[in-house]
Design a protein around this ligand. Structure first.
Ligand SMILES: Cc1cc2nc3c(=O)[nH]c(=O)nc-3n(C[C@H](O)[C@H](O)[C@H](O)COP(=O)(O)O)c2cc1C
Length: 212
C-alpha cells in the first residue's frame, strides 16, 4: 500500500451510520481483523482485554436497546464488543510472564526483574486507576481495528453511545473480571447513508501536528 493509498483509505473511513444489512464481510477479511486485535500492543504487554464477537440476532437486538436504538447494532455484518479487565492482580502478571517465557524461550528467573517492575507499577494504582488503565489499552485496540478495516475497504462505526452496564448484563459478564467499554460495528455502508458524502471535518494539519 502506497502512502497515497493509505491516506485515501483513511479519508474514506467514516463512522458509518447506516450499514447495508445484505452485505457481509468476507470471513477471511474478518478473521484478519480479529487477528489484528490479538496483535494490538498494550502497556507492559499485559493485554487486559477480551473482544466479544456478537452474532446472535437476539443478543444484537437486546444490545441495540441498550445503545440508543442505533441501527448499526443490528444491520452491520459483525459487531465486536470491547471489554477490559476490571482490575489487575498477580494472576494477570503470571499469565503474561508464562506466555512470554514460553513463546520467547526465557526463564521465569530471567523475567523476575520485569515482574518486580510490573508489580511495583500496578501496586501503586488504585482499583479504579487499574480499570481505567485497562480501558485505555482497549481504545488502542479499537483504533488499530478501525484503521485495519479501513485499509481493507471495510466500514466500521465505533460505538460509545451504549450503556456499558446493560451490556455487561446482556452478555452475562457478571463476575467474569471483564467489563464493557466500547463496541464497534463492522460491515459495508448503505447506499442511502448520506453521511458518507459529508466532507471530512478536521482541524488543519498545522494546528494539530507540531514539529520541534
Ligand atoms: C470512541 C468513539 C465512540 C463513538 N461513538 C459513536 C456512537 O455511539 N454512534 C455514532 O454514530 N458515532 C460514534 N462515534 C463516531 C464519531 O462521532 C465520529 O468518529 C466523529 O464525529 C468523526 O467523524 P468520522 O469518524 O465520520 O470521520 C464515536 C467515535 C469514537 C472514536
Amino acid at each position: 500500500m502506497s502512502p497515497q493509498e493509505l491516506i485515501a483509505a483513511l479519508r474514506k473511513r467514516y463512522a458509518t451510520k447506516h450499514f447495508d444489512p445484505d452485505k457481509s464481510v468476507d470471513p477471511d477479511a474478518f478473521q484478519a481483523l480479529l487477528e489484528g486485535l490479538v496483535l494490538t500492543p498494550s502497556s507492559f504487554g499485559l493485554q487486559p482485554w477480551k473482544f466479544i464477537v456478537v452474532r446472535d440476532p437476539e443478543l444484537r437486538a437486546k444490545l441495540r436497546g441498550a445503545s440508543w436504538n442505533q441501527p448499526q447494532l443490528t444491520d452491520a455484518s459483525e459487531l465486536v464488543v470491547f471489554t477490559a479487565r476490571t482490575n489487575l492482580d498477580d494472576a494477570d502478571i503470571d499469565r503474561w510472564l508464562d506466555c512470554l517465557a514460553t513463546t520467547q524461550g526465557q526463564s521465569l528467573e530471567a523475567l523476575a526483574p520485569m515482574r518486580g517492575m510490573m508489580e511495583g507499577f500496578i501496586g501503586r494504582l488504585s482499583d479504579e486507576e487499574r480499570h481505567s488503565w485497562n480501558v485505555r489499552q482497549c481504545y488502542i485496540a479499537l483504533g488499530q481495528f478501525m484503521g485495519a478495516a479501513a485499509a481493507l475497504g471495510i466500514d466500521t462505526c465505533p460505538l460509545e453511545g451504549i450503556d456499558p452496564t446493560a451490556y455487561d448484563v446482556i452478555l452475562g459478564l457478571g463476575d467474569s473480571g471483564y467489563a464493557t467499554c466500547v463496541a464497534c460495528a463492522v460491515g459495508f455502508r448503505s447506499d442511502s447513508d448520506h453521511t458518507a458524502a459529508r466532507p471530512k471535518a478536521r482541524f488543519d494539519f498545522e494546528e494539530v501536528i507540531e514539529f520541534r
